[in-house]
Write a protein that binds this ligand. Structure first.
Ligand code: F6R
Ligand code: MG
Ligand code: MG
Length: 366
């Protein structure tokens, strides 16, 4: 059967700051989605990661379908009204436009969608991150799909010998989608040259070169490109198919043990280690650290299996401890150097105004 997975996430308000949504928001999203279930909109699941709610939908409408996008948009809208009534912080924050115009892209919520013919068994992973941006997935995807040090299948499984195609987007471009296709392994250094700059170049999708099938797709929204000003970090989501001609689930997960420093954290303006957390975790320390959750599923005839929380394991407790240590270590230097993002990436304009005011007080001495 041909099925479409649509994952949409939005921050529509949270308790006590930018911490996590309330149970009543999740209930409202569910109440709004439920009546639409039928033979074409087959199934859905909800979760939250920090202050973002993620809706995972399965259906037969294909990607960029107005009906499916509208159902999700209406559910977020309804829940944002509840958030306003409850006085939650940042109520409706990611719903940047008032009216729905046929596609949720460009309206604020992050979206990752893929359509494919279901395999006999179709395992896949939904990653959701908070207090960071879509570039946070650059390194984990590079290592899982390009590097035999992480993905042993590149050496051991003939299904993967041909490697993968990467679609990479330049998110600084605002007139449309500026995308390049590059092929691993031949163009590895070109891929690395782009992915090293995660605030500008972001993995949009990955395809198997053996089967041509889609392997991964990430949300690539830049909220401040839409709103023209800071309205929160982009807090991305990512869908990855696993096993067979794709990396095994454990190969896709392994890079997250690196806890790389990513942009985001407090006020979307700092660097922090990307901590792998359990589903439905809040943020805390310095509005962070940046977190990522991973839920594993199988899908059969569009029906989702029970979920498995991929980072709910003693191994990741140890990794979380490393992430905490890395976060504390970098936070010790406060605003200084690499702890805070460069000017172009600061999500609050305050410091720019401050510097402008100081500029007039400089004097040139010869
Ligand atoms: C980061 C984030 C938070 C806020 C911070 C200040 O993405 O959402 O760290 O930037 O809590 O929030 P405001 O400016 O709303 O008081
Ligand atoms: Mg927020
Ligand atoms: Mg968020």
């Amino acid at each position: 059967m041909r099925v479409t997975l649509t994952a949409i996430k939005a921050d529509i308000g949270s308790i006590g700051g930018h911490i996590r949504p309330s149970a009543s928001l999740l209930k409202e999203v569910e109440r709004s989605l439920q009546p639409h279930l039928g033979s074409d909109f087959i199934d859905f699941r909800l979760s939250y990661t920090g202050d973002d709610i993620a809706i995972l939908m399965t259906h037969t409408h294909g990607t960029d379908n107005p009906l499916i996008h509208q159902i999700a948009w209406d559910a977020f809208k309804a829940a944002a009204d509840v958030a306003k009534k409850e006085g939650l912080y940042g109520a409706g924050q990611d719903l940047l436009k008032d009216a729905f115009s046929g596609n949720i892209r460009g309206l604020g919520p992050g979206i990752a969608e893929m359509e494919f013919e279901e395999r006999k068994s179709e395992p896949f992973l939904l990653f959701a991150a908070d207090k960071t941006d879509p570039g946070a997935f650059n390194l984990p995807l590079y290592l899982a799909f390009c590097d035999p040090m992480y993905c042993s299948g590149l050496l051991l499984s003939p299904n993967m010998f041909k490697g993968f195609k990467f679609e990479i987007m330049d998110v600084s471009y605002t007139e449309g989608d500026k995308v390049i296709a590059l092929f691993a392994p031949e163009e590895l250094y070109d891929i690395a040259a782009l992915l090293r700059d995660p605030e500008r170049y972001v993995v949009k999708a990955v395809y198997s070169r053996t089967t041509g099938e889609i392997a991964a797709v990430a949300s690539t929204t830049r909220l401040h490109n839409i709103a023209g000003k800071y309205v929160g970090k982009d807090d991305p989501i990512l869908l990855v198919r696993a096993q067979g001609s794709f990396p095994a689930t454990g190969e896709i997960l392994e890079p997250y043990a690196l806890v790389p420093y990513v942009g985001g954290f407090m006020r979307g303006s700092h660097q922090g280690p990307l901590m792998p957390v359990k589903r439905n975790s809040s943020v805390s320390f310095f509005d962070g650290p940046p977190i990522v959750s991973c839920t594993a599923y199988c899908v059969k005839d569009g029906k989702l299996s029970e979920e498995a929380d991929a980072f709910d394991h003693p191994f990741w407790d140890y990794v979380r401890e490393i992430a905490s240590k890395k976060a504390i270590e970098l936070r010790r230097q406060g605003f200084y150097g690499n702890a805070m993002l460069p000017y172009g990436e600061l999500e609050y304009g305050g410091i720019v105004e401050r510097l402008k005011a100081l500029e007039g007080k400089f004097e040139i001495r010869h």
